[in-house]
Design a protein around this ligand. Structure first.
Ligand code: ATP
Length: 138
């Protein structure tokens, strides 16, 4: 059984889409094993996005991600990492397939950061690292 970290980012929370995202996860058959609403601070976000250190969109990304509350969840199920990324769709919401969270619910607002509603861990190693950051002790 795999666990993955799912975030409903501040754009998703502000637009009232937490329930819709969790509904899709639960409808798909995955299990929520942790759930929390909080505003992330810069230190957590810089750790979370360590792989993007030095990229031009890192600061806009951290500013966006700390701009309001994020709903963080640990989602469990066989192949849940790949499964949630499939539910989320492509990073760019303009080209994300209809039927996916980003394809159905997000768009490009012409900002410096891509606002795309959700994050999902991309590998077992990232999932373990990210769950440890957002839910220490889980
Ligand atoms: P995917 O792995 O499918 O690309 P992701 O959410 O893991 O999705 P990352 O590449 O890890 O995407 O980037 C993290 C986040 O940073 C993205 O979800 C998006 O919000 C933002 N982002 C990524 N690339 C850019 C970019 N070129 N310009 C602006 N924002 C970006």
């Amino acid at each position: 059984v795999q666990r993955t970290l799912v975030l409903v980012k501040p754009d998703g929370v502000a637009r009232g889409l937490v329930g819709e995202v969790l509904r899709r996860i639960e409808a798909k058959g995955y299990t929520l094993v942790a759930l929390d609403l909080r505003t992330a601070d810069d230190a957590l976000l810089r750790e979370h996005y360590a792989e993007h250190a030095g990229k031009p969109f890192l600061q806009p990304l951290v500013d966006f991600m700390s701009s309001g509350p994020t709903a963080a969840a640990v989602v469990e199920g066989h192949r849940a990492i790949e499964g949630f990324r499939s539910l989320a769709g492509a990073t760019d919401p303009t080209t994300a397939a209809p039927g996916t969270i980003r394809g159905d619910l997000a768009r490009d607002w012409g900002k410096k950061v891509i606002e795309n509603i959700v994050h999902g861990s991309d590998s077992p190693e990232s999932a373990a690292r990210e769950i440890g950051l957002w839910f220490p002790g889980l």
